[in-house]
Design a protein around this ligand. Structure first.
Ligand SMILES: [Zn+2]
Length: 174
């Protein structure tokens, strides 16, 4: 279920200084954003917002766990996430300015949604490769993969033996 506005920071109404926000995200958050291949997500997002004149300094801390498929055996593996990210939001009339860590919003805006940023930070916080610790992969799958590797190894050996012309050439060269 999607709750509109729940990730909006009420920019205009905040006093200068530090404010804290937090969200608890479940699996539905990922599904709303079309992310596939994950389950059992439980993440908390803590945001420290410092409002200054004409800008907001946002520090995100994302913490929790989610489950995805192991890159080695394909079985479920739980990923622990502890990720920090940073964003600066500036008020400007020139909202088409670009900068990697700075977002410009129009001065007439009263709220700023961090929903898309939270999603992107979760994706950035994921490890590039997710595998079980050594020796904890599904033993049946690992046995199957090992057999395939063995068969391929044997085929290569046979091919080497089968080609006597190559052997003969090598002898001629010497
Ligand atoms: Zn595995």
């Amino acid at each position: 279920m999607k709750q509109d506005n729940s990730y909006d920071l009420p920019y205009a109404g905040l006093k200068l200084g530090v404010h804290a926000f937090d969200w608890t995200l479940g699996q539905d958050f990922l599904e709303d954003h079309g992310a596939e291949g994950f389950k059992n997500m439980r993440l908390t997002v803590a945001l420290e917002l410092e409002k200054k004149e004409r800008l907001m300094d946002l520090k995100f801390h994302i913490n929790g766990s989610l489950t995805t498929a192991c890159d080695r055996c394909g079985e479920d593996v739980e990923i622990e996430m502890d990720h920090e990210d940073h964003l600066v939001v500036k008020l400007s009339n020139e909202t088409d300015l670009t900068d990697d860590e700075v977002v410009f919003i129009d001065e007439s805006e009263h709220a700023f949604s961090v929903e898309q940023f939270i999603y992107e930070f979760i994706m950035v916080g994921l490890p590039s490769r997710t595998v079980h610790p050594e020796g904890e992969c599904d033993p049946e799958v690992m046995k199957y993969l090992e057999d395939i590797n063995l068969e391929e190894g044997q085929k290569e050996d046979e091919e080497k033996e089968i080609d006597p012309r190559w052997e003969a050439l090598k002898k001629l060269k010497h």
